[in-house]
Design a protein around this ligand. Sequence first.
Ligand SMILES: [Zn+2]
Length: 113
Amino acid sequence: MNGGRISRHEPQRTCVGCSRVKAKRELLRLVVAQGGRIAVDWDQKSPGRGVYLCAQRECWERGLKRDRIGHFLRTKLNLDNREGLMAMAVNLVSQGDALGQQARRAPIQSGLE
Ligand SMILES: [Zn+2]
């Protein structure tokens, strides 16, 4: 009953960073890949447990800080995983339109203004 424009058939998932419910295709899915690495499941078709995150660095940081990502994936994130995820998150900011969303440009730190 709220805003009938979104298709009701659109699958929705919750971002583990900000807890907002969004259309699945607007989110990125993370899965535990071979060797215990955390990887982005771009096709969202990998079997097994996955978590969803907005394509926003903030959400990834939150997910890591509260260790929600590890919790929901039922795995322990080691430093390597965490650094890998943060590297991906940084990447997402510069490629913010990877999912057809509005690019969120990272402010350039100039120290001026
Ligand atoms: Zn989010």
